[in-house]
Design a protein around this ligand. Sequence first.
Ligand code: PEP
Ligand code: CO
Length: 460
Amino acid sequence: MSEIPSLEELHALHPAQQPDYPDPAKVAEVTAELRKRPPLVFAGECDELKARLAEVAAGRSFLLQGGDCAETFDHVAAADLRAKLRVLLSMAVVLTYAAQVPIVKVGRIAGQYAKPRSSDTETRAGVTLPAYRGDAVNSLEFTAAARTPDPRRLIEVYNRSSASLNLLRAFTKGGFADLRSVHSWNADFVRNSHVEEKYEALSKEIERALAFMVACGVDDQTLRSIDLYSSHEALLLEYEHALTRIDSRTGTPYDTSAHMVWLGDRTRQVDGAHVELLRRLRNPIGVKVGPSAQPGEVVTLLDRLDPEHEPGRITVISRMGAEKVRDLLPPIVTAVEATGRKVAWVSDPMHGNTFTAPSGYKTRAFSQVVEEVNGFFDVHDSLGTWPGGVHIELTGSDVTECVGGVDELGVADLMNRYETACDPRMNRNQALELAFTIAERLAAGSRRFNPVQQYSVEDF
Ligand code: PEP
Ligand code: CO
């Protein structure tokens, strides 16, 4: 087998969750076309993220990874991207300032267009059609034509991802992310909530601190830009394979569709096609682990993906559910730590806490999300390991998809602005409120390790 297995070799492993394309010739044509396109990210940037994730694994940084469950072709306009970026930046600022820990920022963005599904089909009023698998595969509309997988959508994924990355680079490097504008990121927020007050107070503090630093001669260039990395689930083998390139500096393969890619809970089979491809790549790799994951199985999987124990290579993203995290996570952490391997331990408090409201909307309760995050912190506190980050589904607008939170959204509110193409996302108030909760846990932890630091988010 060559260094990167061929698509034929991968398909011989019967990959899970792949679309059933009606025309294989068209798939080959599209894949060939994608191979000719320039890379979307550079190998050096992937290495830089890996080095930052190594800091997370070592207990010195915290990962904030977030964005849509499923990006859609309709929502890559500048306003949507800016709003999402603003929420991520605001959360990162809360975490950095209140907990005094460097935050590694990674978006589920610029490529998160393909979804694994629990059922291959969907039935409505007696009509059964293929399930929606993300805009990368088919369209959400419930008609036979819209639901038929179309490989040309992969070219659209590439084009949209490229445009999004371009705009995000402009925003993050061109002054929008200047720390001295923390205030303006949320200028149009409805100022009616406790979270808003807290954020206001915190931005005032930051502005004063920054003014002081600049007056002292601190290089203000470093305050002007931030590093935001892209990530998505590496689900569609044709797309990820076509964007895998050999880095001319090192002669090694990188998936240039994103800085970081992750294996979903449904495609992490040790001998499966997804693991077979991802283990050859040099990108940082995320691995989602849900309640069915056995500790021994996770150890074997990580050995396969990263036999060298390369720092920053592996991020384990647990999504156990609020009720189970305290029981199911410790044996996994203990088994992996016993091998001497250092991974970034990250909590996805969303995917284990989804339920269907009586009205039929798929939702999540903010309280359950917080409960899973607290469980995750408690587990790491009791094992003496570092709670390295969170992975969440959020959006920049005021959607009503998750219940609870500062605005006390109830199930009856879900119908007002339920816009997700897949799983329910936190709106910006809920996301900020979560950031304050996490910051409190982090600040409590860092106070324990560093008694000199007296700072508390309660001070706001
Ligand atoms: C997701 O992150 O949207 C997802 C499908 O997660 P998981 O693989 O953990 O179910
Ligand atoms: Co999701």
